[in-house]
Design a protein around this ligand. Structure first.
Ligand SMILES: [Fe+2]
Ligand SMILES: [Fe+2]
Length: 175
C-alpha cells in the first residue's frame, strides 16, 4: 500500500466512523426494508448505518434497483448487532488482515474474548446476519448474499446475483 493510499484509507476510516444517517436517508431505508428488518437495522451503530446506506447508494448508481439488492446492501453487516465492534477492534482486524490475510482462518466462536473478539466478529458476522435475516420475510437469495458477502459463491438462479455480489464486495472494501 503506497503512502497516499494509506493516508486516504485512514481518512476514510475516520470519516465513516464519525458519520451517521440523516432523516431523509432513514425514511428511505424504512421504505425499502420490511418492518422487522428495519427494526434490526436501527440496532446497528450510527457509523454502521451510514456505511450500509453508502453501499446501497453506490449499488443503486450502478443500476441495481431491485429491492432485494438494495436490502442486501443495507443488511449485509446486520450480524454486527449481535456483538458490536469497538473502534480499536476494527483497527485491529484491519491491521491483522493486512499483515496476514489468513489470520482469521483458525478462529471460532469460543475465541470471542480479549484481543481476539474483534477478529471473531469480523469472521462470523456474515453467518450471524444471514441466520437472523432468514427469520424475517426474506428471499433465499438475500440470505445467501448476506452469508457470502465477504467470500464464497452464491447459489442463485440468475447470473445477475453473482455480478451483484462482486460489486457489493468492491463497494464494501472501498468504504
Ligand atoms: Fe461485512
Ligand atoms: Fe460492510
Amino acid at each position: 500500500m503506497r503512502k497516499n493510499e494509506f493516508l486516504y484509507r485512514v481518512g476514510q476510516f475516520f470519516k465513516v466512523l464519525l458519520s451517521h444517517p440523516d432523516e431523509a436517508q432513514l425514511k428511505k431505508v424504512s421504505q425499502i426494508l420490511e418492518p422487522d428488518q428495519y427494526g434490526l437495522f436501527m440496532q446497528l451503530q450510527n457509523s454502521e448505518q451510514a456505511h450500509a446506506i453508502y453501499v446501497m447508494e453506490a449499488i443503486e448508481k450502478e443500476g441495481y434497483q431491485d429491492k432485494d439488492f438494495l436490502k442486501a446492501a443495507l443488511l449485509h453487516d446486520i450480524g454486527k448487532i449481535v456483538h458490536p465492534l469497538k473502534v480499536w477492534e476494527r483497527v485491529m482486524a484491519v491491521i491483522c488482515r493486512w499483515i496476514n490475510p489468513d489470520c482469521l482462518d483458525d478462529l471460532d466462536e469460543t475465541d470471542i474474548k480479549g484481543w481476539k473478539r474483534g477478529l471473531v466478529i469480523t469472521k462470523k458476522h456474515p453467518e450471524w446476519g444471514a441466520d437472523m435475516i432468514a427469520n424475517s420475510n426474506a428471499s433465499p437469495e438475500l440470505v445467501e448474499i448476506i452469508r457470502k458477502h465477504h467470500e464464497g459463491e452464491i447459489e442463485a438462479k440468475e447470473p445477475r446475483y453473482q455480478s451483484f455480489l462482486l460489486l457489493l464486495r468492491a463497494v464494501d472494501d472501498n468504504n
